[in-house]
Ligand binder design. Structure first.
Ligand SMILES: NC(=O)c1ccc[n+]([C@@H]2O[C@H](COP(=O)([O-])OP(=O)(O)OC[C@H]3O[C@@H](n4cnc5c(N)ncnc54)[C@H](O)[C@@H]3O)[C@@H](O)[C@H]2O)c1
Length: 231
């Protein structure tokens, strides 16, 4: 049992990951810009902060962390507004890169100060880091940056006994995807014939962190796409 810091904990895969750690008896620091995480559990502490604000992130993480430190970090908070060369604005660019890339670095820097040897970080990328999706000009680039940061951070943190890996999901049954109304159509085009459940993605966060099964896996990003995207 340990302590996990999970970002994006109010929705989708972040919420599923927070629930997964709680089910396994871990303490969870659930970080989100939204105060209501939608989970009520005595071992869950809500950290309400915008990950774009590095000083605020360090302050809330530092105030919440106990002397036992942090054993797992799941960087899951992200935004995915569609953009093309024709439609993107500077504000789109800043929002997508500030949340998906700079925000991830803010959280990682704040957490690493409290992480124990043998602990691990999982960064959420996307299949859009590896393949081309129409209308995802900036999102795909931001997630490619996450894949590369995962490698760089793995190298930098290995001497401290902290592993850093990534998960690149394809289609997942999250509220955001459900709202597109395109889930059934997407499932039909995936070789395994379905989209992923948030809980099965969360299970891979466990495999890469607290399970003890992935102690020699470091700097890798795992694609979970039902054979939709292979590399
Ligand atoms: N849903 C998918 O099919 C899919 C596929 C590939 C990759 N991803 C990636 O997986 C991650 C989770 O996706 P999801 O669909 O479960 O997400 P979601 O949209 O359901 O939830 C994202 C959470 O992040 C939080 N958040 C957004 N900006 C924030 C900020 N500045 N500070 C703090 N919190 C912030 C939101 O409040 C929300 O609770 C994201 O990084 C996403 O890019 C999702």
């Amino acid at each position: 049992m340990g302590t996990a810091l999970v970002t994006g904990a109010a929705s989708g895969m972040g919420q599923a990951t927070a629930a997964m750690f709680l089910d396994r008896g871990w303490r969870v620091l659930g970080l989100d810009i939204t105060a209501n995480l939608g989970i009520d559990h005595p071992a869950l502490t809500a950290l309400t902060v915008d990950i774009r604000d590095g000083e605020a992130v360090s302050a809330v993480v530092g105030a919440a962390v106990a002397s036992t430190g942090i054993d797992a970090v799941a960087n899951i908070a992200g935004v995915y507004p569609p953009t093309t060369l024709q439609t993107f604005t500077d504000e789109h660019f800043r929002t997508i890169f500030d949340v998906n890339v700079l925000g991830l670095l803010h959280v990682t820097r704040a957490a690493v100060a409290h992480m124990n040897p043998g602990s691990a970080i999982v960064n959420f990328a996307s299949v859009d880091a590896f393949t081309v999706s129409p209308g995802q000009l900036l999102y795909g680039a931001s997630k490619a940056a996450v894949v590369m940061l995962t490698k760089e951070l793995a190298l930098e943190l290995a001497p401290r006994g902290i592993r850093v890996n990534g998960i690149a999901p394809g289609w997942v049954d999250t509220p955001g995807n459900a709202a597109t109304g395109r889930m059934a159509e997407a499932a039909a085009s995936i070789p395994l014939g379905r989209v992923a459940a948030p809980a099965e993605v969360a299970e891979w966060v466990w495999i890469l962190t607290g399970s003890g099964m992935a102690g020699f896996v470091d700097g890798e990003t795992i694609v979970m796409s039902g054979a939709d995207v292979m590399r």
